[in-house]
Design a binder for this molecule. Structure first.
Ligand SMILES: Nc1ncnc2c1ncn2[C@@H]1O[C@H](COP(=O)(O)OP(=O)(O)OP(=O)(O)O)[C@@H](O)[C@H]1O
Ligand SMILES: [Mg+2]
Length: 233
């Protein structure tokens, strides 16, 4: 198992946001966490990447316990997190942002850039542009490209389609699929459950901090309760 999350409980002060969540991601899979606003999806990703700590349980990545590792050190372990709201460095150029993604590795910057520009030709065209002037979709591409610079084994994507026009949503999902074909394992958090389940192998449904259902993506797409709650009937 590439990632194993076992019985995590996460609090924001007195608020119990994650209540005994367990799930796993196998190498080569696309796994999606779906759920309504406030269900705990982002909190779960932040806990995996060490930005928040669980009071219980364990998180193992490639059989190593990573639950006490500092966030910036996880990149070297092969874990990349593209947070909600595509935090890119707005004052820096596209290429400077990408170079920041590779900072842990002294070598491989040129190679990394070549790989990212192949996947996102738009970023190559705009490599000298200040990131703050990119469109929302371009910033999402940049955030994903920056994460790719570290050649992660597991990429965690938090709402990559948020706020994008339908045509860009399609593009982002195509890119997720190409990344996956190229060997990256993906943990995808989405409110667009329809799209997420259509690319995923398996999915987990989160409701108010708990996993209430887990199944093959196809089975979830056909599940009456999931349809009613997350797929617009
Ligand atoms: N910094 C914080 N302080 C207090 N409560 C928080 C904080 N961040 C999140 N929460 C609460 O924790 C719960 C889970 O939030 P989280 O952001 O993980 O949800 P989400 O599933 O990612 O939702 P969304 O789809 O809206 O992004 C929510 O009830 C939220 O209000
Ligand atoms: Mg969220």
């Amino acid at each position: 198992m590439l990632l194993k999350v076992e019985d995590i409980n996460v609090y924001y002060g007195a608020i119990h946001a994650i209540k005994g969540v367990s799930f796993e991601v196998e190498e080569g899979e696309i796994v999606t966490l779906i759920g309504a606003n406030g269900a705990g999806k982002s909190t779960t990703l932040k806990t995996i990447s060490g930005l928040l700590r669980s009071k219980t349980g364990s998180i193992t990545f490639e059989d190593k316990d990573i639950s006490a590792v500092q966030p910036h050190k996880l990149v070297a372990h092969g874990l990349a997190h593209v947070p909600e709201g595509r935090r890119v460095f707005l004052q820096m150029t596209v290429e400077e942002n990408l170079e920041m993604g590779a900072y842990v590795k002294s070598a491989g910057v040129e190679e990394g850039l070549a790989k990212v520009y192949e996947l996102f030709p738009r970023l190559r065209e705009r490599r000298r542009q200040i990131a703050g002037t990119l469109s929302g979709g371009e910033q999402q591409m940049l955030a994903m490209g920056r994460a790719l610079m570290s050649s992660p084994k597991l990429m965690m994507l938090d709402e990559p389609s948020m706020g994008l026009a339908p045509i860009l949503v399609d593009q982002i999902f195509e890119i997720i699929q190409s990344l996956h074909k190229a060997g990256t394992t993906i943990l995808l958090v989405e409110q667009n459950a329809q799209m997420a389940l259509s690319v995923a192998d398996r999915g987990y449904v989160l409701e108010t901090g708990k996993v209430v259902k887990s199944a093959d993506a196809q089975a979830l797409l056909n599940d009456a309760a999931v349809k009613a709650a997350y797929l617009g009937g």
